[in-house]
Design a protein around this ligand. Structure first.
Ligand SMILES: Nc1ncnc2c1ncn2[C@@H]1O[C@H](COP(=O)(O)OP(=O)(O)OP(=O)(O)O)[C@@H](O)[C@H]1O
Ligand SMILES: [Mg+2]
Length: 358
C-alpha cells in the first residue's frame, strides 16, 4: 500500500496537449477515480502513474519514493487495461502466473499465490480453460487476478467494466469494491461513467480537456460543483443564469432571466462564484430537491406550466416551463394526482439546495 503524489504533472505529445498541471495526493488505501469525457486525459494520467509514459514536466512519488523516471516493471503497480490485454493462447492459470514468472518467483510459491488469487476473484476450477473459452466477465476477473497476484502497492484500473453488459457491470463493480476493501489496496480507477464513479469512490477527480476541474468526495462533487461543466457532467441538474440583486447577511437574492427572484445561501457558493450585487451567477438546482408546492405564494415558489410529466411508479418527474426557463423536478410518488401537460404547477425550490457556481 502506498500513497501516490502527482506534483504539477504535465504531458504533451509533440505540440498536442495531453494533460496539464495535475496536482493531487492520493492517500494510501484510497479508492480514487479519474472521471471525464473521452479524450480528457484519464488514460494518459494513469499511464504516467504506471510508468508507460513519462511526464513532460512535474514529478510522481509513491509514498516518499520518487518514481517519475522508473520503468513500469520496477514500480510494483498492477494494471488492468481497458481491453484486458490477456494472452489468448494461454490458459487462465498461465495468464495469472505470468507476472510471477517474469519476477522469477519459485514454481511452488507461484502456484500457491495464483490459486489464492483465483479463489479471491471466484475463478477456482477455471485454471485450465483457455481465454477464448471464457465469458467477458470471467475474462475481466482474469485481468484483475493477473494485476493482483503480484501483490502491487497500487492497483490501476482503466475502464475495466466497459466491455460488460449492464448486469455484469453492476456485479463486477461490487466485486472490485469488495476486493479493494478486503486488501486495503490503493486503487486508481478510470471511468467516464459518473454513476460508477459516484458509487465506488472515496474521492473523484473530474477532468476535461486535459485539465483538472475538481477533486472531491462524491458528495462534494455532486453538491458543490465548481463550474458548469462539473455540475452538468455529474448527474442531472437545472442550470439557471441570474443576476444578484442583493446580499443580506447569509442570504443571496438572484433575479432569473424570467424576472423571478430566488433566495439562496452564500455558504452554497463555489470559490469562483462572485457573490455581490450586480454580479452574474450560475445556479445549479438538482431535480430531486424541488417539490410540488401546496401553497401558491412564498419564498422560492415558482409557477409554471407542465411540459412533460413522467410517472415511474416510485417517482413523479416533471419538466415545467417557468417563463423562459425550463425546470426539471423529480419527487417521490406520494399518491397525489399527477399533473398533465399544460396544467399549472407550483414548485418550491428550497434555498439550501441552490448552488452558486461560475
Ligand atoms: N500517444 C499519443 N500521441 C498523441 N496524442 C495522444 C497520445 N495518447 C493520448 N493522446 C491525446 O491526449 C489526449 C488525452 O488522451 P487520453 O487517452 O488520456 O484520453 P482518455 O480520457 O483516456 O479518453 P477515453 O475515455 O476516450 O479513453 C487526447 O487528446 C489524445 O488524442
Ligand atoms: Mg482512456
Amino acid at each position: 500500500m502506498s500513497s501516490v503524489t502527482l506534483d504539477h504533472v504535465h504531458k504533451r505529445f509533440g505540440t498536442a496537449k495531453g494533460v496539464e498541471d495535475v496536482h493531487i495526493h492520493i492517500e494510501s488505501g484510497e479508492f480514487f477515480t479519474f472521471l471525464g469525457p473521452s479524450g480528457c486525459g484519464k488514460t494518459t494520467t494513469l499511464r504516467m502513474i504506471a510508468g508507460f509514459y513519462y511526464p513532460t514536466e512535474g514529478s510522481i512519488r509513491f509514498g516518499s519514493q520518487e518514481v517519475t523516471a522508473v520503468p513500469p516493471h520496477k514500480r510494483n503497480t498492477g494494471m488492468v487495461f481497458q481491453n484486458y490485454a490477456l494472452f489468448p493462447h494461454m490458459t487462465v492459470f498461465e495468464n495469472i502466473a505470468f507476472g510471477l514468472q517474469v519476477r522469477r518467483v519459485a514454481k511452488g510459491e507461484a502456484k500457491e499465490r495464483v490459486e489464492r488469487i483465483m479463489d479471491l476473484v471466484r475463478l477456482t476450477g477455471y485454471g485450465e480453460r483457455r481465454i477464448d473459452q471464457l465469458s467477458g466477465g470471467q475474462q475481466q476477473r482474469v485481468a484483475l487476478a493477473r494485476a493482483l497476484v503480484i501483490e502491487p502497492q497500487i492497483l490501476l484500473l482503466d475502464e475495466p467494466l466497459s466491455n460488460l453488459d449492464a448486469k455484469l457491470r453492476e456485479e463486477t463493480r461490487f466485486e472490485i469494491k469488495r476486493l479493494q476493501l478486503e486488501l486495503g489496496i490503493t486503487t486508481i480507477y478510470v471511468t467516464h461513467d459518473q454513476s460508477e464513479a459516484m458509487s465506488m469512490s472515496d474521492r473523484i477527480m473530474v477532468m476535461q480537456g486535459g485539465e483538472v476541474q475538481q477533486v472531491g468526495t462524491p458528495h462534494e462533487i455532486y453538491h458543490f460543483p465548481v463550474n458548469r461543466f462539473v455540475a452538468s457532467f455529474i448527474g442531472e441538474t437545472n442550470l439557471w443564469n441570474g443576476t444578484i440583486v442583493g446580499v443580506e447577511g447569509d442570504e443571496v437574492k438572484v433575479r432569473t432571466a424570467s424576472g423571478q427572484v430566488l433566495t439562496g445561501l452564500r455558504q452554497n457558493a463555489s470559490p469562483k462564484a462572485r457573490i455581490a450585487a450586480g454580479e452574474s451567477v450560475l445556479m445549479s438546482i438538482r431535480p430531486e430537491s424541488i417539490q410540488e408546492s401546496l401553497v401558491t405564494e412564498g419564498e422560492n415558489v415558482v409557477t409554471g406550466s407542465v411540459e412533460m410529466a413522467e410517472f415511474t411508479g416510485a417517482c413523479v418527474n416533471y419538466v415545467t416551463r417557468v417563463g423562459e426557463e425550463s425546470l426539471r423536478s423529480m419527487s417521490i410518488n406520494l399518491g397525489r394526482p399527477i399533473k398533465q401537460r399544460g396544467e399549472t404547477i407550483r414548485l418550491q425550490i428550497p434555498k439550501e439546495s441552490i448552488y452558486f457556481t461560475e
